[in-house]
Design a protein around this ligand. Structure first.
Ligand code: TRP
Length: 455
């Protein structure tokens, strides 16, 4: 048990704090960087439609399952499984999650560091007068540089650690309550700019008019993978945050609200980006370079671009920060509760491990690009192992655990707060958790690792 087991466990202090922290985890680079380009290459509105279905049917139910484990277990991702299934191997699911947190933070933190460089470049007006080729070269030169990305990545990690050391309520909740409204405000300002550009309409059509001719097996796989990643599912983030939610709160509502908020922000990010992309006659299916190459090109041509560029990269940085906080907290909660370390020591130790892997990720873009594991460079290897293997596998075990191992009575009590809530959705969610989610996740997982070939 925890070192300070004589003190009450730290928890979120308010309903808004819970939503801000959990949505803060969910809303991240996945929403603002990845969702728009995934939608861009997968048929716009058609992708959005399929994505929404996955969020509602599978995302929400996996989130409910994670919240249930965390709040019933009252411990970190590993400890909660140990508390609920003593002497059984279920805690290994939590172990996989801790490993995934290190891996995801390593490459995610590298991109988070890039946002700081781009904030810096926005301030010094570094995109001005550059052609698309120049901007593309600028991006490549920066990301393959052996030192500069590491400097930013380290700074980002220090900011994250600063918040996590301060604690659940005085750190994570406090900063989420400031940063999330700010994020929403910035995104709304950017949307107003984007949709008022001449020719913006086409971008709005692209995002909302579904073109189902672009839908393939690949679209479906990408949409589910994206839903998992974007909602921070499958590795114990939501278990950990769930353990900080007080017994009087409604978990089903929380899961629905957080999932919808995350989806809303992804759509809003699309609304901030696509109208501007179309207004400047650029092809929306630019892929990963959309945000770091295409957008600077647009900003330096648009009226007021200096301010909007700065705002956009600050937005990206904020989104990344509340997510890296949640990734670090998964590890810190485990270190401090199960390995009985102080919070400070746990944070420093976790951050050192992340920094080591993170530096390898950064270097794998340039100097050590030739170093391959199973044919992948370090970055791609960590990305593949965590997001394509551990997250779906973790999600699968989590729904099976809640659906079949924990017991219907226990789950019902946790979700209707010992009978004090109506929880009308409960039978539907239980059905999704037990049958729909496991089958869908299993199919997608088998396809991803190449056993089934839908694409
Ligand atoms: N959800 C975040 C995003 O969309 C990333 C993230 C944070 C995450 N914590 C996670 C992804 C846990 C998977 C698991 O950018």
């Amino acid at each position: 048990m925890a070192v300070n087991s004589n003190q009450p466990r730290d928890s979120f202090g308010s309903k808004f704090g819970i939503i801000a922290a959990a949505a803060g985890s969910a809303v991240g680079l996945g929403n603002i960087w990845k969702f728009p380009y995934e939608a861009g290459v997968n048929g716009g509105g058609a992708f959005l439609f399929i994505y929404l279905i996955f969020v509602l049917l599978i995302g929400v139910s996996v989130m409910v399952a994670e919240l249930t484990i965390g709040r019933a277990g009252q411990r970190n991702a590993i400890g909660s499984f140990k508390a609920l299934a003593p002497g059984k191997p279920w805690f290994l699911v939590g172990m996989m999650g801790i490993a995934a947190a290190f891996m995801i933070f390593a490459f995610y933190g590298a991109v988070a560091g890039w946002t700081l460089e781009y904030i810096y470049q926005s301030i010094r007006n570094g995109f001005a007068g550059k052609s698309p080729e120049d901007l593309s070269q600028m991006f490549t030169e920066f990301t393959t540089n052996p030192a500069r990305p590491i400097m930013w990545q380290t700074l980002f990690l220090i900011m994250t650690a600063g918040v996590v050391i301060a604690g659940v309520q005085k750190g994570i909740e406090k900063y989420s309550k400031i940063l999330m409204p700010l994020l929403l405000l910035i995104i709304l300002v950017l949307i107003v700019r984007s949709v008022t550009l001449p020719g913006a309409r086409e971008g709005i059509n692209f995002l909302f008019k579904p073109d189902f001719s672009k839908v393939t097996g690949h679209t479906i796989i990408s949409a589910l993978g994206q839903a998992f990643f974007s909602l921070s599912l499958g590795m114990g983030t939501i278990i950990t945050y769930g353990s900080y939610i007080k017994k009087k709160e409604n978990l089903l509502n929380t899961a629905v609200q957080v999932s919808l908020a995350d989806t809303l922000i992804a759509v809003l990010a699309g609304l901030a980006i696509f109208p501007a992309v179309f207004a400047f006659g650029i092809n929306p299916s630019e892929g990963p370079g959309l945000v770091f190459i295409t957008l600077p090109n647009i900003f330096q041509q648009m009226p007021g671009g200096y301010v909007f560029s700065l705002m956009f990269f600050i937005l990206l940085g904020i989104a990344a920060l509340t997510s890296t906080i949640s990734l670090l907290e998964v590890i810190v909660a485990y270190f401090s509760e199960e390995l009985k370390m102080s919070r400070k020591r746990a944070t420093l130790l976790a951050a050192s491990g992340i920094l080591f892997l993170g530096i390898l990720c950064s270097l794998s873009q340039g100097p050590i690009a030739g170093f391959k594991i199973f044919g992948l460079n370090i970055w791609d290897f960590l990305d593949f192992t965590s997001t394509k293997i551990i997250l779906p596998l973790g999600g699968l075990f989590i729904v099976i655990f809640v659906g079949f191992v924990l017991g219907r009575k226990r789950v019902t009590e946790e979700l209707n707060n010992e009978g004090t809530l109506k929880a009308r959705l409960l039978p539907v969610v239980m059905f999704l958790i037990r049958f729909v989610a496991p089958i869908a996740i299993a199919l997608v997982f088998l396809n991803m690792i190449g056993i089934l070939k839908i694409t």
